[in-house]
Design a protein around this ligand. Structure first.
Ligand code: NPW
Ligand code: ADP
Ligand code: K
Length: 513
């Protein structure tokens, strides 16, 4: 799914109204009706008090449409207009007049903190204060209003975006953002929903299609793509009947040092479970028995040194290489890495200590094969690109780094983001149970396992990240967040592939369960 900026969405509004002979007021009616339907479907006429807080822009207009429809259907609604400026939008004003035709209980104008109404924790709050037109942080009594609403335990439904948050810009005042329980967003999710500093205000969201011009949406370069099941399905390559293990390549895993041989085990197993035809682990001598015992399917080559990787010698042409997990950053290892980079003909998957070696030895960057995949967690990323001021600055710095060195960067986290040139691919699978030692080692094995089978490095990264999160989700369903360890992710790679094409449970299935 494509993600658009606030400016692109405003442009889509304009084009839709021009091309499809529909007015902005009608478009607002569509959006408001969808929100009303969502509520009506769940509330079925229940008389729980609903407090709608509208601003004076088009987001406020949406709130007024929802208010009118709820009133018409007999709900217990109070509408408040936060009159923070007299520059009201045209569509707001039209709907302000319309709501007065269905009730004598006109919207209450609020102009200061004295006007805040009493709200019980059981009541419902609808937030239509600011949408994607926010252009500065809310201040004064409007900020106090947001904080007042946040102090209530009520269910809070935000329209389009939690008020106080920008669609695609960093927060300037985290104290002035509505903490939504749920957000119903129009046409496409906003980039801020997926980034750590702002995503915490959007624990749940749903997208409501409002029929913006399909041609504009189709032909416009988005600011990011969201990768969910439909996208992931398209990446999958079917196996041919006459395929043999040679068809799926030979992955080399360069990993491990004394006390960290488990990293090599996890990456090696993950590469096999993801479908590599053959996997060879290259480890320090003392890792030999460990690897042969833990992963009998794998071949094992060893360094001359007992505890460290100092010189990587292999007797075959690997179709993919994952390097760095648990190797440490000793000078001998850095030297061995430099040689591996120079001699490699194909892109590598570079993780963990290999990234730390690069960060501490800039010259290594000049030898990384083009389109190699770097998989840093936030700490490793900072060592590579320097400190950032906010999530958006982090994305810009990562894009520049990726462009400058012609590599793919996988920013790991709750929503892992794959960066190539100017493009961003945001993953939707995974869960906090995966915040456990070794889960990143599994990911690098998975990406290398996919490259080995002929997936190009970008698809292997985006698809690998999706499958990794999906395996984590399936594992969590069985054992919960706390007990999940990296091996469980490996054990659920198979089910993650199977789930890719399994039908989604319907509402009826849920009722029957
Ligand atoms: N295609 C779609 O997705 C559709 C979108 N629709 C809806 O439109 C919404 C966008 O509406 P919008 O552009 O009118 O902006 P919105 O967010 O209501 O507020 C802007 C107003 O707030 C003001 N203002 C800004 N910051 C401020 C501050 N800190 N403190 C005080 N004031 C501040 C600003 O005033 P000004 O800067 O001029 O002083 C301006 O008056 C969108 O989110 C969605 O809900 C649907 O209806 C139709 C289809
Ligand atoms: N809260 C979370 N939600 C989703 N995925 C997560 C979360 N925390 C961690 N992960 C995933 O787990 C992996 C952790 O990687 P990393 O920090 O490199 O682990 P390690 O170095 O121990 O192998 C990454 O793929 C990351 O995206
Ligand atoms: K809002």
């Amino acid at each position: 799914m494509k993600l658009f900026s606030a400016a692109q969405l405003h442009e889509a509004d304009k084009i839709t109204t021009k091309k499809h002979g529909i007015t902005l007021v009608e478009l607002m009616e569509r959006g408001g009706t969808q929100i009303f339907n969502w509520l009506h479907h769940r509330m079925q006429g229940a008389q729980v008090p609903i407090h709608i807080f509208s601003g004076i822009g088009n987001n406020g207009g949406d709130g007024l449409v929802v208010g009118r429809l709820l009133i018409e259907h007999g709900y217990n609604v109070k509408v408040y207009v936060a009159n923070f400026t007299d520059k009201r939008s045209k569509c707001f004003l039209i709907n302000y007049d319309r709501i007065k035709t269905v009730t004598k209980d006109w919207p209450i104008l609020m102009t200061s903190a004295h006007d805040f109404p009493e709200i019980k924790d059981e009541d419902i709050i609808i937030d239509a204060l600011f949408g994607i037109g926010l252009n500065r942080p809310p201040e004064g009594w409007v900020k106090e209003l947001i904080q007042y609403l946040n102090s209530k335990k009520s269910f809070k439904l935000s329209i389009d975006i939690p008020s106080g948050m920008y669609a695609n810009k960093a927060l300037t005042d985290a104290e002035a953002v509505l903490k939504a329980s749920h957000t119903l967003t129009f046409q496409a999710p906003k980039l801020s929903f997926f980034l750590p500093e702002t995503g915490r205000f959007v624990p749940y969201f749903e997208v409501l299609e409002i029929g913006l011009d399909p041609e504009y949406l189709h032909t416009t370069e988005p600011i990011a793509q969201v990768i969910a099941k439909p996208e992931a399905q398209q990446f999958y390559k079917q196996r041919e009947k006459y395929a043999h293990k040679g068809s799926f390549g030979h992955t080399l895993v360069v990993a491990g040092s004394y006390g960290k041989m488990g990293a090599a085990v996890l990456t090696t197993k993950a590469a096999y479970r993801t479908g590599a035809g053959l996997v060879t682990a290259f480890v320090p001598e003392s890792g030999y028995n460990i690897l042969q015992t833990a992963v009998p399917e794998a071949m094992t080559l060893t360094d001359a040194e007992d505890d460290l990787i100092t010189s990587i010698a292999i007797d075959f042409e690997p179709s993919s290489i994952a390097v760095g997990m648990g190797i440490g950053t000793k000078p001998e290892t850095v030297k061995a890495l430099g040689k591996l980079f120079k001699e490699a003909k194909e892109p590598l998957v570079i993780d963990a200590d290999a990234l730390n070696c690069i960060a501490a030895n800039d010259e290594l960057l000049n030898h990384i094969p083009e389109l190699s995949v770097l998989t840093p967690h936030p700490g490793e990323l900072e060592r590579l690109i320097g400190a950032w001021t906010d999530d958006y600055d982090k994305l810009e710095k990562t894009k520049s780094f990726a462009k400058q060195h012609n590599v793919i960067v996988v920013i790991k986290g709750a929503n892992t983001i794959v960066v190539i040139e100017e493009r961003l691919y945001i993953n939707t699978t995974g869960n906090p149970g995966m915040a456990t030692g070794g889960s990143g080692d599994v990911l690098s094995g998975m990406i290398a396992g996919l490259i080995s089978q002929g997936y190009d490095p970008l698809i292997a990264s985006v698809f690998g990240v999706y499958l990794h999160g999906s395996a984590g989700n399936l594992a969590t369903q069985e054992i919960g967040f706390e007990a999940l360890i990296a091996q469980d992710i490996v054990e659920h790679i198979g089910p993650a592939f199977l789930t890719l094409f399994a039908p989604e449970p319907t509402e009826q299935d849920a009722k029957n369960a």
